[in-house]
Design a protein around this ligand. Structure first.
Ligand code: COA
Length: 586
């Protein structure tokens, strides 16, 4: 960093992926960063008084910053749209209207939404993807670029690259209403249906009907055309991986998730269609596909092999919506892992989704079990964590080849520890990890973390990481030994580069020695303390979280699934509330 570190307050509606990434990037540059959630004007004012930041950055806000703050204090707003675009649904419109290019603007807060002078902006090419995916990938990369340039410019007193430029012309775009998103199943093509659903995904979804029940749709993918050509548009024609296949005028789309009040005790939240519609879903014909298949044939799990005979690399990828892994998904992935380990490969890579590697057990499916007769959230939590553990164990016990977890996207809670089950963890520099469980109602956690983490960080390091509860960028994770490689490439180039490196690794002269050594290490570890023992201890603590007298996990899960607003900023984020001494001692 060429300028003195600044004290920066991140003010955000929630500490979302973009806020977390900026938190990591700014701290890595030496800035002193604290976080306040936008709960009430008085709370924001108090945070300013306590922290006295040089700069406030608002990566994700839903309300105006109070005049009492922006009039006294430079506040930078991150708007996910190009210069001149204003309004709360910037990305929704961009996806809905099929723009080829889009951008992010960093502007100074004033009395109106997105109307202040511009500090920096960055553009990107749009991708055919859901709004949430664009936000987590392209928008985040552009926002980091524009914010860091703004901070440099600010630290230089506005001299480096000039002062912020007033906006000359702007267009206010109102929220995109459900009426404008509505799907006409008898008239819309696949491209139109996808644009409508994707422009509303993650929130608010597109209001529609499935199996005669009103619901909101999410998680849509184009289907390849085959046997369904004779079904009329709008017809439901099959099921796969928890998703339903629905005919459009010129093809069909897979719809993976829906939210409907009926399946959720009267308060809707997203569920895999399989769970949301139960028997009606099961009555559709199953349309399974092999793990190895054409790249345009949708399915959650996929396998492919590369490299020369005798030095082959297997790539098992799983694209689970939002990185959440239900019991059924864990079972399907375990079957696929076993299948992959029966192949003749020297290296086996486990690739999570493009947006998330994994975020651990599926909290929405657990919440749904609370509303099912004869079931309970505690029982489903237990089934889900057992299934995650089975999967992690299978990865740990794969000793006849090298295994690599490839983090194309972020990983949180149990998902981060699932990655550690592999011999090596590789990520690109934009990945953010949340390798801890406590933020979810003080959950103890499993996935063999008590075995996997100390062997990388030592006992003290493991305790500190777990207690810290903070997000960590891949470069920092590499520096403490949590991961093995952090490639300095942009996310879109990462997978190809990593696979090239894995192919070289599989052909390396010492690969057999490495495989032998890892087998020996596993045998030694097992002799010292069997894996079953780690699991037993972790699950006994999890049993207490799920069935014990302290309901913290269930309360936290309920708040998370129903997206209830936070009433205060967690103390581990609001460093200014510890007092300035503690914050600057970091
Ligand atoms: N189960 C169900 N849904 C999950 C999930 C999980 N384990 N983890 C994330 N999601 C969903 C969120 O509800 C959100 O849904 P939306 O599309 O309806 O908005 C979406 O994934 C994105 O999550 P979000 O919290 O907005 O992403 P983020 O990048 O800002 O934050 C985490 C990432 C990991 C910090 C955060 O999602 C989290 O704390 N997840 C829970 C992790 C956990 O405790 N797992 C259980 C213990 S193993």
């Amino acid at each position: 960093m060429t300028h003195a570190p600044l004290r920066i307050l991140l003010l955000c509606h929630s500490f979302n992926s973009l806020s977390q990434r900026l938190f990591c990037e700014l701290r890595a540059l030496g800035h002193e960063v604290s976080v306040e959630l936008d709960i009430a004007d008085r709370v924001t004012e108090e945070a300013i008084e306590l922290f006295r930041p040089a700069l406030v950055i608002a990566p994700f806000l839903k309300r105006l910053i109070p005049a009492s703050v922006w009039q006294r204090q430079p506040c930078l707003i991150v708007h996910p749209g190009p210069v001149g675009d204003r309004g709360p649904a910037a990305l929704d419109w961009a996806v809905r209207e099929g723009h080829a290019d889009w951008g992010v603007t960093v502007l100074q807060a004033n009395e109106a939404f997105d109307a202040g002078p511009v500090w920096a902006h960055a553009g990107f090419a749009m991708r055919a993807a859901a709004k949430g995916s664009l936000y987590r990938c392209e928008v985040t990369a552009a926002a980091v670029d524009a914010v860091l340039r703004s901070v440099t410019q600010f630290a230089a007193g506005g001299t480096c690259g000039g002062r912020p430029e007033p906006q000359r012309a702007s267009i206010w775009r109102s929220p995109l209403r459900q009426a404008e998103r509505r799907i006409d199943w008898s008239g819309d093509t696949t491209a139109t249906v996808l644009a409508k659903i994707r422009s509303a995904d993650g929130q608010p979804g597109v209001h529609d009907e499935l199996f005669g029940q009103p619901c909101h749709l999410f998680d849509a993918h184009a289907a390849t055309s085959h046997a369904f050509a004779t079904s009329p548009p709008g017809a439901l024609i099959g099921r796969r991986d928890g998703a339903v296949l629905r005919r459009t005028t010129d093809g069909a789309v897979w719809i993976g998730h829906a939210s409907l009040a009926a399946a959720c005790g009267g308060k809707a939240f997203k569920l895999p269609c399989e769970l949301a519609f139960g028997a009606a879903f099961e009555a559709l014909p199953a349309l399974p596909v092999p793990l190895e298949r054409a790249s345009d044939e949708w399915g959650e799990i996929r396998y492919r092999e590369l490299g020369a005979p005798g030095a082959r690399v297997g790539c098992l990828s799983f694209e689970f919506y939002n990185g959440a892994m239900s019991t059924a998904q864990c079972h399907r992935l375990l079957t696929a892992w076993r299948d992959a380990t029966s192949r003749d490969t020297r290296v086996l890579m486990l690739l999570g989704g493009a947006d998330f590697f994994s975020n651990g057990i599926h909290l929405n499916c657990i919440e749904a079990a609370a509303h099912r007769e004869g079931d309970s959230a505690a029982d489903e939590s237990m089934r889900n964590i057992e299934a995650m553990d089975d999967l992690a164990e299978a990865v740990i016990r794969t000793t006849d080849r090298l295994t690599i977890a490839l983090l194309r996207g972020n990983a949180g809670a149990g998902g981060a520890f699932l990655a550690l089950a592999a011999d090596e963890v590789w990520a690109h520099r934009g990945v953010v990890l949340n390798p801890h469980y406590k933020n979810m109602g003080n959950l103890y956690g499993s996935e063999y973390w008590t075995y996997l983490l100390p062997r990388r960080l030592g006992a003290e390091g493991a305790v500190a990481l777990m207690a810290g509860r903070l997000p960590m960028g891949a470069p920092q994770a590499l520096s403490i030994g949590l991961i093995d490689r952090c490639m300095g490439v942009a996310a879109p180039d990462f997978e190809a580069l990593a696979i090239t490196e894995a192919i070289a690794l599989a052909a390396a002269h010492n690969i057999d020695d490495r495989i032998t050594a890892k087998g020996r290490r596993r045998a030694n570890d097992e002799e010292k303390r069997p894996l079953a023992d780690y699991r037993r201890l972790e699950l006994s603590r999890m049993h207490r979280n799920f069935y014990g007298f302290d309901p913290s996990f269930h309360i936290a899960r309920y708040h998370f699934v129903h997206k209830l607003p936070m009433a205060w900023t967690p103390r581990h984020l609001a460093r200014h509330r510890d007092g300035l001494k503690a914050a600057s001692a970091e």
